[in-house]
Design a protein around this ligand. Structure first.
Ligand code: T1G
Length: 695
């Protein structure tokens, strides 16, 4: 049919095979090839049934996201699906890998579906800020019922083949997808099995039509974690049309809703995030074809909060871990915490009941650094002082096998300095995980001056293997994420002296979509950490110091910037803090003023953007999208806003630069002046995204 879809006939069975690497996405050529193949097979009198299969590692993984925003090309996916549904002969989808989005929708137009046992089937459009736009909202609930249907569509989470079989989404689990489907097709022909045309089959809707709470409860549960996102609500509404509207009318409304979402800012940001995450894993400035070193066993130094979380991340991916501590007591405590975490997750159904034992069996706890000798990758997660890091790396240099990658989990210390104590600086780099390390997806991979290219690509590949999102950064105080966070923290402190209160600042930041404001975050982390560090460095921060002097260390002390009722982590504004702020400002001769929410938002976000621009100037990050990936996956930046640099482009760099200049004068803070890069782009009317294009 064309160079991405071929049509063969095995006596009475026609086989349509899509072969469009890497994921058989439904590009215009793929849609055209399938459309023509089905038309030809349907018209062929010899053909009694048709199999739709895919070559390569997966069945169709969805519409071709790179085509969005471009002029549509015929045939549309809906036209392809209608051609299948109405062709008059049984069409059987042969699913392997992941049938996602438009890929699953095309199978719903088929009359039967079979899948291999590892296959996953889902409609993840909501993760791109969309809803299924080719009938998925109307056909899937008819296949599996509106309860599971709304859950799959609103959460975007796929189900496995076994669950699909149980719920009637597929007819059989087969070995080879195409051969299994062909055998199934012969059965359908022999039995003259009536075609299962989902658009005409309302049998699974009857219960929810009779008792709507079946649907509304499932929709509410699926929407529980939705904060500020438009698409999940649109998805739930579309599924509700299966209960109320005729199929064709509902399809029209689905199309309208899809077109509205795909043109909206949220979906543009979420599609940008999808590609940025994948771009970040492509290491720049390394020779073509550099291969990662093999990593079969990992050693983690330190069984504390970070070391334990990192060890769990590797065990979750089935990679054996040697977890090393300085003493049996510390080791026992660390192993106990991991066991407790696994058991708690299993108890709430997050992992299978047998997973805790299997994963703990992968973690061998030992005392003594000499136990790193078999590890291909060693990650140090000990105290954040340069002296201790150097001590550990000196020992690792002696015990680790040649070629082992030596990584530090430090959140800001200089990796070049750490590498210098070893005879193998080429093997040294940073792998900065974010707490809790078994949950947070971001891993900043710190490329030191002498890090070898293959060591670097090894760390990136391993991060992806353990389901983390890697982003390569350079050596700088706080690397990228924490350096930008420091710029924001400086302004949040200043705003208290100028007139704002903690609860006002935090409310503006959480309303923007961040999971937590700076002051609640400080209380969670513990105010005494910063207090000790300031004292070590001989600097003061009068309000934060006064809080600590009053024993207000944050949540752990039951009070910090906020007060906390016994047993609760919910921050409650405290008049005592307001008085402390007032008194401190009076003692400094400062007059406080009303600070608007708008100023607070700009003073929170624009200095971070400015720091991001400096980070790009200094090549500490090589892409603006890498900075966005860091904030999306390390700090909970709302996915529907794309990331700080994407957001800056949306606001307009001219406006950002002007406001920064204004605040620099108003707050008498030269650090707020726009950086050279930001100023240049603003003056030229350009965007941060234009840097990627020019690169
Ligand atoms: N379109 C275009 N390119 C895609 C793509 C897609 N749908 N999916 C993946 N790629 C590229 C990706 O950018 C990367 O490119 C390469 O394939 C390998 O991907 C009408 C409107 C399938 C689970 O949301 O979840 O259908 O970097 O690194 O880790 O209702 O890709 O190599 O150049 O992620 O093995 C719905 C998105 C679309 C699925 C494989 N479908 N993809 O994961 O490989 S909207 C999705 C994934 C839609 C309909 C609506 C994953 C994967 P490059 P990868 P992976």
């Amino acid at each position: 049919m064309n160079d991405v879809v071929k049509l063969e006939r095995h006596d009475v069975i026609a086989v349509v095979t899509v072969n469009s690497p890497p994921v058989n996405a439904l590009s215009a050529a793929v849609r055209r090839g399938i459309f023509e193949s089905i038309k030809t097979a349907a018209a062929d009198p010899e053909v009694q049934a048709i199999v739709l299969a895919c070559a390569g590692r997966t069945f169709i993984a969805g519409a071709d996201i790179t085509e969005f925003g471009k002029p549509p090309q015929s045939p549309s996916l809906n036209e392809v699906i209608a051609e299948i549904e109405n062709c008059g002969k049984p069409v059987i989808a042969a699913i392997h890998g992941t049938a996602l989005g438009g890929g699953l929708e095309i199978t719903l137009g088929c009359h039967f579906r079979v899948a291999t046992k590892e296959a996953k089937l889902g409609l993840p459009e909501v993760k791109l800020g969309l809803l299924p736009g080719a009938g998925g909202t109307q056909r899937l609930p008819r296949a599996v019922g509106p309860e599971l249907g709304v859950k799959m569509i609103v959460t975007g989470e796929p189900i496995g083949a076994a669950e699909a079989l149980k719920n009637g989404l597929i007819e059989e689990i087969v070995e080879g997808p195409a051969s299994g489907a062909e055998a199934f097709a012969r059965k359908v022909v022999a039995e003259k099995r009536p075609l299962r045309i989902l658009r005409n089959d309302d049998s699974k809707l009857a219960a929810a039509r009779a008792d709507r709470s079946i649907f509304t409860n499932a929709a509410a549960a699926a929407n529980k974690k939705n904060r500020g996102l438009e698409a999940p609500l649109a998805c739930a509404e579309a599924v509700s049309w299966t209960l109320d509207l005729p199929f064709d009318e509902a399809m029209k409304k689905e199309r309208e809703s899809f077109l509205r979402l795909v043109a909206g800012d949220q979906s543009k940001a979420q599609r940008y995030a999808f590609f940025s995450e994948r771009e970040a894993a492509k290491v720049q400035n390394v020779p073509e074809g550099v291969k990662p070193r093999p990593v079969e066993r990992v050693a983690i130094i330190g069984a504390g909060t970070m070391g334990g979380g990192i060890a769990m991340s590797f065990a979750n991916a089935g990679i054996p871990v040697t977890l090393i501590e300085t003493g049996e007591e510390q080791l026992k405590r660390g192993m106990g915490i991991m066991q407790k975490n696994y058991d708690a997750t299993a108890a709430r159904g997050g992992i299978p009941a047998d997973a805790p034992a299997k994963r703990m069996a992968l973690i061998t706890g030992v005392v003594g650094l000499e136990n790193v000798k078999d590890a291909d990758l060693i990650i140090e997660a000990v105290f954040e002082t340069m002296a201790i890091k150097k001590e550990v790396f000196t020992a690792l240099d002696a015990y680790a096998k040649p070629g082992a990658v030596l990584a530090s989990n430090t959140s800001y210390l200089n990796i070049d300095e750490i590498a210098q104590v070893t005879k193998r600086p080429q093997d040294v780099l940073g792998m900065h995980f974010f707490s809790p390390a078994n949950v947070m997806k971001l891993c900043e991979i710190v490329r030191a001056d002498k890090t070898a290219p293959d060591a670097l690509v090894t760390a990136v590949a391993v991060a992806r293997r353990i389901a983390k999102v890697p982003a390569v950064v350079g050596v700088a105080d706080g690397f990228v994420g924490n350096r930008m966070l420091a710029a924001r923290s400086k302004q949040s402190e200043k705003l208290l002296f100028e007139g704002a209160l903690p609860q006002q600042v935090d409310a503006v930041v959480t309303k923007f979509g961040m999971p937590m404001g700076p002051f609640a975050m400080g209380d969670l982390a513990g105010l005494d950490i910063g207090w000790r560090s300031r004292k070590d460095r001989g600097i003061t921060s009068p309000i934060a110091d006064a809080l600590c002097e009053a024993g207000r260390f944050g949540q752990k002390a039951g009070k910090g910037y906020y007060k906390y009722e016994a047993g609760s982590r919910a921050p409650v504004p405290d008049p005592d803090v307001e008085k402390l702020i007032d008194d401190t400002c009076k003692s400094l001769g400062l007059t406080r003023r009303i600070v608007s929410d708008e100023e607070i938002l700009e003073r929170m976000m624009y200095p971070m953007i400015n720091e991001g621009a400096r980070i790009l100037e200094e090549k500490v990050a090589s892409r603006p999208s890498d900075i966005d990936v860091i904030w999306l996956y390390g700090y909970g930046w709302p996915i529907y806003r794309g990331g700080p640099m994407f957001y800056a482009d949306q606001v307009g760099l001219k406006h950002v630069a002007e406001r920064l200049s204004f605040y620099a004068k108003q707050a008498n803070d030269p650090s707020l002046e726009p950086s050279a890069l930001l100023k240049r782009l603003a003056d030229e009317g350009k965007t941060f995204a234009s840097l990627a294009k020019s690169a």
